[in-house]
Design a protein around this ligand. Sequence first.
Ligand code: E4P
Length: 326
Amino acid sequence: MLYREKIPADNQHPKQNQSFNCWIVVFFLTFAVGKSFTTSSPLTPPGWERSKGRGLSGAIKGACPFFFLNSRKISFITIHKSSKFFTFVPHRVSLTLYNKKMKFFIDTANLAQIQEAQDLGVLDGVTTNPSLMAKEGISGNEAVIEHYKAICNIVDGDVSAEVISTDFENMVQEGLALAKLNDKIVVKVPMIKDGVKAIKYFSSQGIKTNCTLVFSAGQALLAAKAGATYVSPFIGRLDDISTNGLDLIEDIRLIYDNYAYETQILAASVRHTMHILECAKIGADVMTGPLSAILSLLKHPLTDSGLAQFLADHAKAAEKSAVPIP
Ligand code: E4P
């Protein structure tokens, strides 16, 4: 498994080389201590437990488990020697998995749009909310349930279905019923006091949750502590009130990385391509937006004019090389 450091946009990260230092420190420690390191780690891959610890292969095998310790954060110490003293400098470095992919969710209850996004081959899930359901004219418990089932049949991925209740008992009942519909269902719960309790309950039952209506880093921290699968900060709505929604995504990324919270940042209320791109730079795990925002990623005038030129040149060449009919 490969790791790289998460480097901010300005590429001036002072800890840029520390993940490499980490390799070196662990490698030499393991090289020196050998067998005891290799055999004592519960994270040692199967089959390597009884391997000889010393030497190059022992060091590699012993160092390997340290890369499985944590997907986001790794701590280590470097030793510096001055003329008289040794100093031990602790480091904490953010790491991002090379194979981590940004997920694209579509934010709609419109089946045709969900199908179109699914057919594009880039869809990872769907988010809905009561307003989006109402927009499609879906009302009444049975119709709502059938609609969620229809969405689940189209999409390969998580489908957020929001509870309407605002008290713990009813949220739990509603959420359990929704979760039973399909494994893809993620119970969407508002960021209110009973919502936090409900998220905690659902996470203890292994039910996926999406904590919605998040507008501050404090709310996001609470959602992560409760064990939410996803947290939905609404960036577009913050922009609407002249507050930079992307700053919130950045703050949450930092906080979650500091403690390796597994809760995924689902950038919601995305309105346009720049939102998507900025979220990708910051490292949001997921973005959810309308189909138009996803399709806008396709567009560039130079692509259109370039393609028109290619096709015209191809047609001209075909005309020239065509054998004239006698
Ligand atoms: C998130 O899950 C919400 O459904 C959504 O992103 C809200 O977006 P809006 O602000 O465009 O309504």
